[in-house]
Design a protein around this ligand. Sequence first.
Ligand code: ATP
Length: 352
Amino acid sequence: MAKITLSNLAHRYAPGDNYALKPMNHVWDDGTAYALLGPSGCGKTTLLNIISGLLTPSDGSVLFNGDDVTKKDTASRNIAQVFQFPVVYDTMTVRDNLAFPLKNRKLDTDYIKRRVEEIADMTGLTDILDKKALSLTADVKQKISLGRGLVREDVNAILFDEPLTVIDPHMKWQLRTELKALHKKLGHTMIYVTHDQTEALTFADKVVVMLEGEVVQIGTPTELFEKPGHTFVGYFIGSPGMNILPVKIKGDKAYIANHEIALAQGYKDMTGKIEIGIRPEFITLSNNPSDLPITIKRIEDVGHYKIIRAAHKDIDINIIANEAFEFSEDLKYARFDKSRTNIYADDWLVEP
Ligand code: ATP
């Protein structure tokens, strides 16, 4: 297993191009499960390919446990990879597919048998170990790919590139949860690329959120929910995402279109684009005229909660209420939980 250091790392696909990855310095801990999360084109695959050795960065270096591996090829980095689509040998049985990485390393036959059966058990492949892969569905084949990725105990890291794309939605949930449990059991450093927030938040100890070639925040799912370091994190994580509203700040007061809101702490004078961020979960409807006046546009019942689509003047505000919520005419105001508001200057979180 390895600690992975990205030192002054950046990448341009051609000299003079824009940076596909902007300069970054990070240390990723040994044994931690990371998810790289961000929209299409933000640089997730570029970063993963640099870590795996499929791509040599134009700037900076990658270190595994302090050793510079920047110029080393994939094979000598001692990593396992699981790709978007299954990579299995159709003419081989499931057992032989799982055993392949171990046989390649000429490991002991008894050990291989034991290890393959252990991994088959963990990934739910025991009953079909002696079937040929050819006849199996894409779902099951991808499970074999996952099993193959997990079978070696001595790898520095396991890298997953959107591995659940071909998996049936109902099985996705199950596999995601299983992968998390497997990580706990096996303790490998894992890096998992996805653009799906649910996948990232259920799998990872730490989520690396990327935007336009930049890592905007690395945090636990709770940190990303409670203290988004950038408005993009607030907006991208959550359903609906964080409300991000233009404000003026004076000390410990925020003014949303001239309406005063009390903040938990005071702020210095700031310049640039200033916004307040508050998650829909931390706003409640009230009948108190000192709260923010709103008009309710519609209420969506999404099962275990309700989303209230409201607005203050032309500023849209989403509020989440529990499923028992009953609307009444006097609920014309929105109350912000002041301990849950964050202030942003030019999209970056500002400390009080
Ligand atoms: P997706 O989720 O769609 O795979 P991503 O977050 O993985 O996106 P990358 O594929 O890493 O993003 O792409 C980052 C940027 O680099 C994009 O602007 C993309 O157009 C550019 N890019 C990717 N591969 C190449 C390449 N081989 N040559 C030139 N530019 C590239």
